[in-house]
Design a protein around this ligand. Sequence first.
Ligand SMILES: C[S@@+](CC[C@H](N)C(=O)[O-])C[C@H]1O[C@@H](n2cnc3c(N)ncnc32)[C@H](O)[C@@H]1O
Length: 226
Amino acid sequence: MQIDNTFQKIADFWSQRYRSEQFIWGQEPSPCAEDALPHFRAWGVRRLLILGCGYGRDARYFASEGIDVTAVDFAREGLDLAQSWLNDQHGLSLRLELDHILTLNLPDAGFDAVFSHRTLHLLMSVQGLEQAFDQIHRVLKPGGHACISMRSPGDPSRTGSTQVEGGAAELSFRPGHKVLYLPQDQVRTLLEKRFGVLEMTEMMERESMAKDYDVTLHYAIVERPG
Ligand SMILES: C[S@@+](CC[C@H](N)C(=O)[O-])C[C@H]1O[C@@H](n2cnc3c(N)ncnc32)[C@H](O)[C@@H]1O
């Protein structure tokens, strides 16, 4: 995995969280994964790539529905937790790989669909987000789909945060947690440079098992032109 110091620090931050908090958002699938599954079935998705899989709650969900899943994350401790959690779940077609979203070590057009939940806002800058969208476009087959969520400016965690390099905000109650908050129109415009946008809505999910309030997320369903 190729990774620079800035992103290595972010990977270390997430590894530290998985070490201390383990199943940070519980073991059930995310709301975006539950929304995406019927779409994946309707599109006949067989090969799915998950970006920023953490400890694998959504990877487990999709794989247990018979989808062939490749799940990547750059936080080794998240993948280790996934490996030990899913160790006894035989028959799942699931590969966990250490990789960086900006420089994915994966072939062009190798996937029918891409899923990414609560991750792309961690790329620190608009330039980083654009690079991630380019990677999603590259690994999707023509006509393939992506379901992605990222934190939106309505997120209550944003209150009291401080601006850091690249335009991201560092959450006041969790040093090291840096989030790029972009308005929905801007995310849509960046997506429309590369994809057809089929749906763009807002989703909510509990911040974490430790914090009893909901964060708001942009949720987009897009298609790579055929
Ligand atoms: C908020 S967590 C969400 C994890 C998972 N999607 C879930 O909802 O359970 C974001 C994850 O994205 C990973 N991540 C962030 N930036 C990444 C990057 N550039 N490359 C690979 N993984 C990344 C982090 O290590 C972390 O595990």
